[in-house]
Design a protein around this ligand. Structure first.
Ligand code: AMP
Ligand code: MN
Ligand code: MN
Ligand code: MN
Length: 283
């Protein structure tokens, strides 16, 4: 059976590794395919493919993105898989998400400054470089200068909804994200549906809207998910005729998450990976 991971991050958003480091790690983990799905950018994909081209061991690099959307006051993430990263309209649209991130970053920085912290904005810009600025960049800086005891504390006390430095982002709607991904030739997949603060009834409504907009898949499992949660996700995928997807959401090396680990989908269900295979995105 092929080892496939359809959700991962590089330092072009809030991941810690460069695309090259991520690709080499994926080889060490014996992956056959890896989707790079940074928040609102595809910059890591090009570099990862260039690195892969130098490797003797075959591995498919799937072009991906994780779009930030707002749905009933919640941040909902929609993955775009096998998107055409050269599509100029798609590039423009990602730049629009970047602008929303920049506007939000300025407000977050101002709030943190009002609590006596340094102006993090210049450092955040340097850290993000060409990539997208995320709340994780702020958390890193707050931890580094001792303003908080851990990055998690930075979220728990300041950056998470609805804490003191939380700023309502200007994200697109779920339907818009699906449209952008579809128009870029990609497959839209609801990221980590079990992680949202939504009752099953609300999750059903989200999935119904997603399907109505033309969405095709949902993540059903990751390494840390309980069997009962996974079972519920499989049931919902079946109910809404969504293809099952699995990805680690790898951000940085740690004990809990690893590329390709614990992603087997136990039941015989229709999978996003089957569609990717049909489309020729998996070697
Ligand atoms: P952003 O897209 O800039 O709003 O940042 C969201 C990212 O921050 C997520 O993808 C996670 O990697 C991380 N994150 C969000 N909420 C939390 C939290 N409560 N604790 C730790 N990390 C979080
Ligand atoms: Mn993230
Ligand atoms: Mn996410
Ligand atoms: Mn992610």
């Amino acid at each position: 059976m092929k080892k496939i991971d359809l959700h991962s991050h590089t330092y072009y958003s809030d991941g810690a590794l460069s695309p090259a480091e991520l690709v080499l790690r994926a080889h060490n983990m014996q992956l056959d395919a890896l989707a790079i799905t940074d928040h609102d950018t595809c910059l890591g994909v090009v570099e990862a493919r260039a690195v892969q081209a130098q490797q003797a061991r075959p591995m498919s690099i799937i072009s991906g993105v994780e779009l930030s959307t707002a749905w009933e006051g919640q941040d909902i993430h929609i993955l775009g898989l096998d998107v055409n990263i050269d599509c100029p309209i798609f590039q423009q649209r990602l730049a629009q998400q970047g602008e929303a991130r920049w506007q939000r970053a300025q407000k977050i920085a101002a709030k943190l400054q009002s609590f006596g912290m340094p102006d993090y904005l210049p450092q955040v810009q340097v850290m993000a470089g060409q990539g997208q600025i995320t709340r994780v960049h702020f958390a890193r800086l707050m931890y580094q200068d001792g303003s908080v005891a851990s990055m998690q504390t930075a979220f728990n006390r300041y950056l998470a909804h609805p804490k003191r430095a939380y700023v309502d982002p200007e994200w697109i709607s779920v339907a818009t994200a699906v449209k952008w991904i579809t128009e870029a030739g990609g497959i839209a997949v609801v990221a980590h549906p079990s992680r949202y603060d939504l009752k099953t009834k609300h999750l059903r409504r989200l999935l119904a809207e997603f399907v109505q907009a033309g969405g095709q898949g949902m993540e059903v499992t990751n390494a840390s998910m309980s069997p009962s949660k996974t079972e519920l996700m499989l049931r919902l995928a079946d109910e809404y005729q969504l293809l099952a997807s699995a990805g680690s959401d790898f951000h940085f090396p740690c004990r809990w998450t690893e590329l390709g680990r614990g992603l087997q989908i136990a039941r015989e269900v229709k999978k996003v990976s089957d569609l990717l295979l049909q489309r020729g995105a998996l070697a």
